[in-house]
Design a protein around this ligand. Structure first.
Ligand SMILES: Cc1cc2nc3c(=O)[nH]c(=O)nc-3n(C[C@H](O)[C@H](O)[C@H](O)COP(=O)(O)OP(=O)(O)OC[C@H]3O[C@@H](n4cnc5c(N)ncnc54)[C@H](O)[C@@H]3O)c2cc1C
Length: 288
């Protein structure tokens, strides 16, 4: 029986692991398919406290993971495919065929951008294609940044980039996108049905999709698939949610890390309360 299992190894999961380990909970982290989460996809992270303006996402994650391991967290390369939160103890069923029982769970499964699947997207992701205006927009001051997306959000992205001093040569609806083209190292153009638009970068402005499908029916969620949480407390006692999977807005690494810390402290309080109740019950039984 685990005291706490953290699902996800992005900033939320790793911070939760550090706090839970330091609280003596011997946490187990199930890493998922994308070890380190979204931040490893980005070359520059200029807004994570303490790492400076030139930090690389992968370096921040490596430091957080090292910290978690040194604090005593255990890691398992696996994916949670199904959960059973119907009893007091929580059960997790993994892709590798394990069934893990735990007193508390911290869901930190993040969100993935709804990708287009068009040619060149995978090759140039993080090499000119970004989904994070807040993070990467400022790098395009004086450069050309295309926007791929629809509706007001895409127009808003164009205005935001222009305010930062970027030239936005086109806003391309996803339906008109043919391919992302480059020189093998970086994105250089966006191809549409009718034209090739030269760019220094491109922003994909589609919805971020929370990675919570495996939790459907087990936890309360909003229409967009975000886990509904009061702070980090979900609809099930002992299950906590941290980071992008529970945040319809403000999807940022430092905010996810803060949520992870709160979730671990809440998990610790939950286990302590459970133990106190059990002790009171045993004492009461002994005095009868
Ligand atoms: C290209 C890009 C650039 C960005 N740049 C910045 C930036 O400069 N500054 C900034 O603050 N933010 C930036 N962000 C946003 C930031 O990366 C996220 O806000 C942050 O990573 C969220 O952390 P998280 O831990 O909640 O989720 P994630 O980082 O998404 O991590 C989720 C984790 O859950 C795991 N997982 C998912 N499903 C399962 C499952 N079923 N079982 C087990 N594990 C599972 C995944 O493998 C992953 O390890 C950027 C995002 C992108 C995509």
């Amino acid at each position: 029986m685990e005291q706490v299992v953290v699902i996800g190894s992005g900033p939320a999961g790793l911070t939760a692991a550090i706090y839970a380990a330091r609280a003596g909970m011997d946490p187990l982290v199930i890493e998922g398919m994308e070890s380190g989460g979204q931040l490893v996809q980005t070359s520059h992270v200029a807004n994570f406290p303490g790492f400076g303006l030139e930090a690389k996402g992968a370096d921040i994650i490596a430091a957080m993971r090292d910290h978690a391991e040194k604090a005593g967290a255990r890691f398992k390369m696996d994916v949670v495919e199904r959960v059973d939160f119907s009893g007091g103890e929580k059960k997790l069923f993994t892709m590798m065929g394990d069934e893990i029982e735990t007193k508390t769970v911290i869901v930190a499964t993040g969100a993935g951008v709804a990708k287009t699947g068009k040619p060149g997207e995978a090759q140039y992701w993080g090499r000119g294609i970004s989904a994070c205006l807040t993070c990467d927009g400022a790098f395009y001051a004086g450069k050309r940044a295309g926007v791929v997306g629809d509706g007001p959000a895409a127009q808003g992205a164009k205005k935001y980039l222009e305010r930062l001093g970027a030239e936005v040569p086109a806003v391309i609806p996803v339906a008109n996108l043919k391919a992302f083209a480059g020189d093998g190292k970086r994105l250089t153009a966006i191809e549409t049905d009718v034209a090739t638009v030269p760019v220094d970068g491109a922003f994909l402005v589609t919805a971020r999709v929370p990675q919570t499908k495996f939790l459907e029916g087990a936890l309360a969620m909003d229409a967009g698939g975000h886990v509904i949480a009061d702070g980090t407390k979900t609809s099930v006692a002992g299950v906590f949610a941290a980071g992008d999977c529970a945040r319809p807005s403000h999807k940022q690494a430092v905010i996810a890390a803060g949520d992870g810390a709160i979730a671990a402290l809440e998990a610790r309080a939950h286990v302590a309360l459970q133990m106190a109740c059990q002790n009171m019950l045993l004492t009461a039984q002994g005095s009868i």
